[in-house]
Design a protein around this ligand. Sequence first.
Ligand code: SAH
Length: 243
Amino acid sequence: MSPASGTSNLDPQELAKFSELAHRWWDPQSEFKPLHEINPLRLDWIDRIVGLNGKRTLDVGCGGGILAEAMAKRGAQVKGIDLADKPLRVAQLHQLESAEAAPPLQLAYELISAEALAEREPGKFDAVTCMEMLEHVPDPASTVAACGKLVRAGGDVFFSTINRNLKAYMFAVIGAEYVLRLLPRGTHDYEKFIKPSELARFCRDAGLELRNVIGMTYNPLTKRYALGSDTDVNYLVHAQRPA
Ligand code: SAH
């Protein structure tokens, strides 16, 4: 267990990868362009389900804060956590730039693992989001379990990740990293992709009830992302802790 994080569920190489690129996090034309482009879609989807205004919301693996800050702008009280130091500092700097907002954003960041926070503040959050992060951790089931512990009874949990099959390999690795060059090579490791059935099992094991699984697709001709029924490559999951 790493003393700073309170968990062994981390891959130092993955964290280093995100720290190295952190200064470009808010550049919408950078390596993080896909996160900027999918953000309005996932934000609206979450907001429709949760009603973010006034809700205590936790963003696990928040990185530079693209989703965390957007949820705070919708009126949520947001905490963002990550184990990579530089992305968190970028998130805090960006928050200063957005500090002119009225009413001021309720947004705080901390370098702590989901597992350690779940020990400290179980059941504290109305909603927990954990997006594009599970495919970067050694033990995603442990992260899902922590999210299940962090949300209150009746609260909502959201995950997004990448499916594991030949099509996902062709689109998410070969297509995105080699052909379209949307992402740097080595961003994603096929072995760590997660099938919806596996994520559903992690949720059940965490005491969460699966509510919905939706797909997210990228059209290389229009260069647009859309939510829909095709979960073959990217997908999002909504689960709930029973009331
Ligand atoms: N969730 C954000 C960022 C996704 S990038 C978004 O969708 O906009 C993946 C993030 O997961 C990076 O910030 C990385 O540092 C973080 N991460 C990787 N392993 C982690 C771990 N074990 N605990 C917490 N965060 C982790």
